[in-house]
Design a protein around this ligand. Structure first.
Ligand code: MLT
Ligand code: MN
Ligand code: ZN
Length: 299
């Protein structure tokens, strides 16, 4: 199985269009790499499966065209798996409207409803390429269908009950899921968790049973946005466990033995973007890696 980080940043990207913080300025001047918004791709033979469709999907798909057929209108992806209905994970669906075939989308019924009502991109796409939706059930698994006999199984597990901001009424639904991919041929196991609201025992077991995890690195501080005068919303209120502090995710993730641990969905406010920051050094000292666009893992 191949796993490629297409976008290691959280929503907004690095730099963000309306930000002149030290990280965004450093990215603008080329001192640190720019990052596109949250997305990865996975495959085990055949075409890639895109996981989340970010607003940067057009440039991200260019990273998947190597080996793609050279006929007119060739498509590098077999389908798009959505882990939630957030704008940074779904806005790119609109960019995919040029598809010659109906888009093969995978997501929970909750996400489908959000994309039919609050942010009705599915309705819009019906008049362009059309959509085939495969419902993902939490705590279930399925084999991903590809043009080659597929060897990729995916398991769905719950991650967060935080609805997107555009969904006015909140309910008790699971809004964000995580995914564990298993390559039947190689035995490789990979887990993707772009949202982490708490590290439960069952999540810890799942991570410990994986060869590699890509995991929520959105914020360092719980009050990161407030410190910068951007917003009063805390990391926790947004469904993201902060990395820092004695009860932060870093202290817990560093004790995992088996998996290679890579942070993704890193907000532009997070000090770990700066290679010489104390926070970045503690991530590296804890044996975790900071993800970047284009990083490819073979399992
Ligand atoms: C998140 O990851 O929490 C969301 O994408 C934030 C948002 O865009 O509202
Ligand atoms: Mn996000
Ligand atoms: Zn910034």
């Amino acid at each position: 199985m191949l796993v490629r980080i297409l976008g290691a940043s959280a929503g907004g990207g690095l730099p963000q269009w309306n930000c002149a913080c030290s990280k965004c300025q450093a990215a603008r001047s080329g001192v640190i790499p720019s990052l596109t918004q949250s997305s990865i791709a996975v495959k085990a033979g055949g075409k890639w499966f895109l996981v989340n469709a970010s607003p940067d999907v057009r440039q991200q798909l260019e990273r998947l065209r190597n080996g793609c057929e050279d006929n007119i209108r060739s498509n590098p992806i077999a389908g798009v798996i959505l882990t939630d209905a957030e704008i940074d994970h779904t806005n790119g669906l609109m960019i995919l409207r040029e598809s010659k075939q109906p888009l093969e989308l995978y997501g929970t019924a909750t996400v489908k409803q959000a994309l039919s009502e609050g942010f009705p991109v599915l309705r819009t796409l019906t008049n362009y390429c059309g959509v085939n939706w495969t419902v993902l059930e939490t705590d279930a698994s399925l084999t991903l269908i590809n043009e080659q006999s597929s060897q990729l199984k995916v398991e769905v597990f719950p991650l967060s009950k935080k609805p997107p901001k555009y969904m006015a009424q909140s309910n008790d639904d699971i809004w964000a899921i995580g995914l564990t991919f298993r390559d039947v041929a190689t035995g490789g196991v990979f887990t993707y968790a772009p949202v982490l609201s708490e590290l439960t025992d069952s999540l810890r077991e799942r991570f410990e049973a994986s060869d590699c995890i890509l995991v929520d690195g959105t914020f360092w501080y719980n009050d990161e946005l407030q410190r910068l005068g951007i917003s009063k919303r805390t990391a926790q209120a947004m469904g993201h466990m902060p990395l820092g502090g004695s009860d932060g995710s870093l202290q817990q993730l560093k004790t995992l033995k088996r998996p290679r641990k890579i942070l993704i969905h890193i907000n532009n406010t997070n000090p770990i973007h700066q290679p010489d920051s104390e926070e970045r050094m503690s991530v590296e000292a804890a044996g975790l890696e900071v993800g970047y666009d284009g990083l490819t893992i073979e399992l």
